[in-house]
Ligand binder design. Structure first.
Ligand code: FES
Length: 202
């Protein structure tokens, strides 16, 4: 399990773009007037999307003001959830699942590939600053283990070759087609369907 890292280098100011101000207001409208704070996760997510995949402390202050919340409450949310990054992760953030089903199907080899190609340590940017990686707990795609998530997309049914190809492409600023590396549909058996043959898309 990795420990959340808070960047030592922090931009002094953060502001939403006009577009994100509108999106933030739309999120707030989903809740009663006296429950603006309920939109905190959605707003932090908007920050992260706007700011190259990470949330600076100035943005936590900005969200606190936006939602009329104490800074510490927004900070608690941002530090609690592993999907929020508090230091730069690069354009491509690789999260390798290392929970038991992925581990017994070869996740360790994928973390070794990350070490070799991206950086020796988790949460460190690659030399060209495009990528970083971390180990995470189960991402809910165990049936297609081992797997990794890159930004919002899942790459499943990996082996050493397919994982290394995907990562090397990321380092060249190219994004591979997400999904199963074995072209498996959903989580159907590797050898094809054996039941529900008459049902299309089952
Ligand atoms: S154990 Fe890896 S996705 Fe669930």
């Amino acid at each position: 399990m990795s420990i959340k890292k808070i960047s030592k280098v922090q931009p002094e100011l953060f502001e939403f773009t006009e577009d994100n101000i509108q999106k933030a207001k739309n999120e707030i409208k989903k809740y009663p007037n006296n429950r603006k704070a309920s939109a905190v996760i959605a707003l932090l997510y908007l920050v992260q999307k706007q700011n190259d995949n990470w949330i600076p402390l100035s943005a936590i202050r900005y969200v606190a003001t936006f939602l009329e919340m104490p800074y510490i409450k927004v900070y608690e949310v941002a530090t609690f959830y592993s999907m929020f990054n508090l230091s730069p992760v690069g354009k491509y953030f690789v999260q390798v699942c290392t929970t038991t089903p992925c581990m017994i199907r070869g996740a360790k080899k994928i973390t070794e590939i990350c070490k070799k190609n991206i950086s020796q340590n988790q949460h460190e940017l690659s030399e060209n600053k495009l990528c970083s990686w971390t180990e995470v707990e189960c991402l809910g795609a165990c049936v297609n283990a081992p797997m990794m998530q890159v930004n919002q997309d899942y790459f499943e049914d990996l082996n050493e070759d397919s994982a290394e190809k995907i990562i090397q492409k990321l380092l060249r600023d190219e994004f591979s087609e997400p999904g199963s590396a074995k072209n498996r549909k959903s989580n159907s058996p590797e050898t094809g369907k054996t039941t529900l043959l008459e049902v299309k898309n089952a």
